[in-house]
Write a new protein. Structure first.
Length: 346
């Protein structure tokens, strides 16, 4: 799901936007995920979103609320309200409630919507639902595969004299278009930078995987070369890391937690094939994947179970196969009810 940037929207902009109005009147899972991610990134917009929601809620009984159909309905409601509260001018001035003024603004904005659209900043925000994978083509034709429960932000048009920049929350695989002719002397305008939770990842014609969940971010380099730079608290010094193919680094708690060479770095991208791949996992690792990537709530009756470990490799293509494998291998009871999983001792 891709829409224009809403970070600069004022109240009247939200009242004119069909995507926002549909969400208020008939919310669905995809829209909920999008607006939750938006408010997480732009908490300063909560007040104006709440106000717009309240105004639109006044008309939530309408079957449709779009630019094409709402004009007559809104005006009818305004006229009706005025007639009900009409008092001769010489005795008392008619006061139009704020929500009616907003409704009138909606009608005017519907007329001038085309002009306003041309004036807007067109940045992109792409968000995915749990267990959804989306392919994104960036303005320079670099490719991003966005994993479930993730968000990607980027400008829709990159100026030729500025670095290419994207922001990622969640997990994504990047295949970056190579435009650097001399990798030892990089033109600032040729830089490609991925921002992720206090980390900047500078890319030089590369494919790599980034996973940012909770307070940890890890990077697995498949091909090429990247520089990973910590951008958190100035008083905390975490060393820059130059990564080569097969390298893995993980940051968290404002420090470098792990740095190692992987024998099979491609396994970090198994999610793109919708494969569930684990090597010597503890049960807590499997639970984390179920919760973060697939949207399950997992209840573990005995916390000690989380430390149980499966020796070897698990490679399955569905959650059902994974749960069956875990149940048989660890000898535990697993019950699934829609998106809720309960694990207990037998």
């Amino acid at each position: 799901m891709r829409v224009q940037d809403y970070s600069h929207y004022a109240l009247t902009d939200f009242l004119e936007d069909d995507f926002f109005i549909r969400w208020v009147i008939a919310p669905d899972t995809q829209a909920n995920i999008f607006w939750e991610a938006f408010l997480l990134h732009y908490p300063e917009k909560r007040e104006v979103v709440s106000e717009a929601t309240s105004i639109i809620g006044t008309y939530r009984r309408l079957e449709t609320f779009t630019n094409e159909s709402r004009k007559d309905v809104v005006w009818d409601k305004i006229r009706s309200e005025i007639q009900q509260n009409h008092v001769p001018a010489q005795k008392q001035a008619t006061v139009i409630p704020m929500y009616m003024k907003a409704a009138a603004a909606i009608v005017l904005l519907a007329v001038f919507g085309g002009v306003l659209w041309l004036m807007k900043d067109h940045r992109n925000l792409v968000t995915t639902a749990h267990n959804e994978i989306t392919k994104v083509i960036l303005p320079d034709h670099s490719v991003v595969m966005l994993n479930g429960n993730s968000t990607l932000r980027y400008e829709s048009d990159w100026p030729a004299d500025e670095p290419r920049e994207v922001w990622i929350d969640g997990e994504a695989f990047f295949k970056v278009k190579h435009i650097n002719r001399d990798t030892l002397h990089i033109d600032p305008a040729h830089r490609f930078i991925v921002h992720s939770n206090n980390l900047d990842i500078e890319v030089l014609g590369t494919s790599f995987n980034v996973q940012q969940r909770e307070e940890k971010t890890n990077v697995t380099l498949i091909t090429g070369k990247v520089k990973v730079q910590f951008t958190g608290t100035p008083s905390v010094h975490a060393p820059d890391v130059i990564m080569l193919p097969g390298d893995f680094v993980e940051y968290g708690s404002q420090k470098l937690l792990a740095r190692k060479k992987l024998s099979h770095p491609q396994r970090a991208t198994s999610w793109m094939k919708q494969e569930l791949l684990f090597t010597n996992p503890a049960l807590k690792d499997i639970v984390k994947t179920l919760q973060e990537d697939y949207g399950y709530t997992v209840e573990v009756k005995d916390p000690a179970l989380l430390e149980l470990r499966i020796e070897g490799e698990i490679s399955v293509s569905s959650v059902e196969e994974l749960l069956s494998t875990v149940s048989v291998t660890l000898g535990i009871r697993i019950e699934e009810d829609h998106k809720h999983i309960t694990m207990s001792r037998r």
